[in-house]
Design a protein around this ligand. Sequence first.
Ligand code: HGY
Ligand code: MN
Ligand code: MN
Ligand code: MN
Length: 415
Amino acid sequence: MTAPHGANLGVNGDRLWQSLMDMAQIGPGVAGGNNRQTLTDADAEGRRLFQRWCEEAGLTMGVDRMGTMFMTRPGTDPEALPVYIGSHLDTQPTGGKFDGVLGVLAGLEVVRRLNDLGVKTKHPITVTNWSNEEGARFAPAMLASGVFAGVHSLDYAYARKDPEGKTYGEELKRIGWLGEEEVGARKMHAYFEYHIEQGPILEAENKQIGVVTHCQGLWWLEFTLTGKEAHTGSTPMDLRVNAGLAFARIVEMVQSVAMSEQPGAVGGVGQVFFSPNSRNVLPGSVVFTVDIRTPSQEKLDRMRARIEAEAATICADLGVGCAVEAVGHFDPVTFDPVLVGRVRDAVTRLGYSHRDIISGAGHDACWAAKLAPATMIFCPCVGGLSHNEAEDISKEWAAQGCDVLLHAVLETAEV
Ligand code: HGY
Ligand code: MN
Ligand code: MN
Ligand code: MN
């Protein structure tokens, strides 16, 4: 497909790559990646850079009360709802340069390219930086898009605490990104999100594009185990109330539950807090989050039930107290068939190799899909690695997915 006056639509891959590398300078990690956690000073700096680039491209900014940034290119029809292109600039503490950032800056590249071509669209185009997608500092993940979709209240979100006890609301004010817009007041004509796969499939099958049809569902179960603080040296084994042992057995159990639900189920633990966390004190409390995911609704809820029941038995056997709270959840998502079709048509027209794929990671698109037709596009990533500072993609992969995004957005925003 070519633009109305026949120009090739190809995005400027060098410009996109340079923007990615410039953004990667902000909030550097310790091993070549990024630590630009949400609502930190580094996040604020990244937001300002994105705002400057967008305003240079003629976009106007709106910020809502969760700090999400909406950067809009006007359409020719003032009544038409915008086509959104979103993702996130916040990163994991040991994050990569591309998770989320690629989607936000590819949205900017779409706008820059339309400006180059002098193409006007009927619908406005709004490039969105969702606040706190990662959920690393403030659980749950996709917090701002969740409030936008009416899944979480603003009060719940503002009260979320980071490991140092700082709240989302306080930190949002501190960095100066508390906007005025009511969260969720904006309406969408359609939503696109371009993202790295964060898994090994596309690279292993030598495919340039992932046509994302679904996203697997998720539970984050936060367990609080209560043991008895005691001396690790002088306390006989049979007198211990050992929350650390219960934790270890639960992690092992989660692994076996996930393995018993193959194919297509994952489960694990990424974060744990021992208290008092002293080498020679048996822990009084152990707090950790179990992350389980699968595309099957039935399996997802069965895994949760099995894990909670078996954890209660493990703790009862050891005399350890066991409390559990769901701190993150979304059901499996089916993306909009019309938009998926447009992505597939664009890929075919562009001649890129592709395959349908289910997203293993969660994305803001999962909540956007509750509000409007939504879909995603994936590019491969090296070794399938993500949430690791070594996360990497090629400049070609980045540009190819952005070409597909441009074509599918143009089809939807109508010239
Ligand atoms: O957890 C996720 O899937 C995403 O990276 N927030
Ligand atoms: Mn992401
Ligand atoms: Mn991520
Ligand atoms: Mn559910």
